[in-house]
Design a protein around this ligand. Structure first.
Ligand SMILES: [Zn+2]
Ligand SMILES: [Zn+2]
Length: 242
């Protein structure tokens, strides 16, 4: 007797979401509850990426790092402390990205030029030049920025978030055309914003991504998580040997 799995079964335990918010910015949940709820709907990894500017960066990242460190031995999913640099003047973006990393953020996002908000023009470029890990909801990103994102291997985001998602189809098409890596995130602010991998797959297909490319988007997120974990293990080893 042989078993065959429904193809969607493969999506049950694959969700990786590298863009979420807690009460430390404008999310509804404290970190422990957000992680618990993510785990309960089948996530394999989550990053906590609150909105940051110069006022709160040194308050929030250490709290998120503390929550993540406390949880780590007790949860089976990968939980990463992160940051989303939000509505910063262009000249400040590079320094804020650097400061976020120094404070312990493992996934650094810059809040991109969504068509739903008056984000400063040039934010996409500044984020890519600053070496952010992910440019969230980059809106009608231009060709120069697409080429630069490819060169710097900055991930562009397909989003499950209302309104930011208006340009998903454009971003998917252009990123694939120019060979820029894509990821899919929820930008969750409340528990009902978390999604299953199966729903994420539907959003990717809805953005016009062909069925045979959908897996590669999940794999991109996995590779980013693995890279970050390797980097932080190496840093941990270095600290121990000092
Ligand atoms: Zn928000
Ligand atoms: Zn966000």
């Amino acid at each position: 007797m042989s078993f065959t799995f429904h193809p969607l079964f493969l999506y049950l335990f694959r969700m990786i979401d590298l863009h979420t918010h807690t009460i430390f910015s404008d999310g509804e949940l404290i970190p422990f509850e957000l992680v618990r709820r993510a785990q309960a709907i089948g996530y394999t990894a989550i990053a906590l990426t609150d909105h940051l500017d110069a006022s709160n960066i040194d308050l929030i990242i250490p709290r998120i790092v503390k929550a993540v460190e406390a949880l780590k031995p007790h949860v089976s999913i990968d939980v990463l402390p992160g940051a989303e640099i939000t509505h910063a003047p262009l000249e400040m973006i590079a320094d804020l990205v650097k400061e976020a990393r120094n404070l312990g953020a493992k996934i650094v996002i810059v809040h991109g030029e969504t068509v739903a908000e008056p984000v400063i023009k040039g934010t996409n470029r500044a984020a890519i030049q600053a070496g952010a890990d992910i440019l969230s909801h980059p809106g009608m990103i231009n060709i120069e920025d697409l080429l630069l994102a490819k060169e710097k291997h900055v991930f562009l985001e397909i989003t499950a978030r209302r309104a930011h998602a208006f340009t998903n189809g454009y971003i998917a098409k252009e990123a694939i055309k120019f060979g820029v890596p894509l990821c899919i995130n929820t930008d969750a602010h409340s528990p009902s914003d978390l999604i299953t991998a199966e729903y994420a797959r539907t959003i990717l297909l809805g953005a016009g991504i062909e069925e045979n490319r959908v897996d590669s988007v999940f794999e991109n997120s996995r590779s980013l998580v693995d890279k970050v974990l390797r980097r932080s293990n190496a840093q941990g080893d270095k600290k121990e040997s000092q």
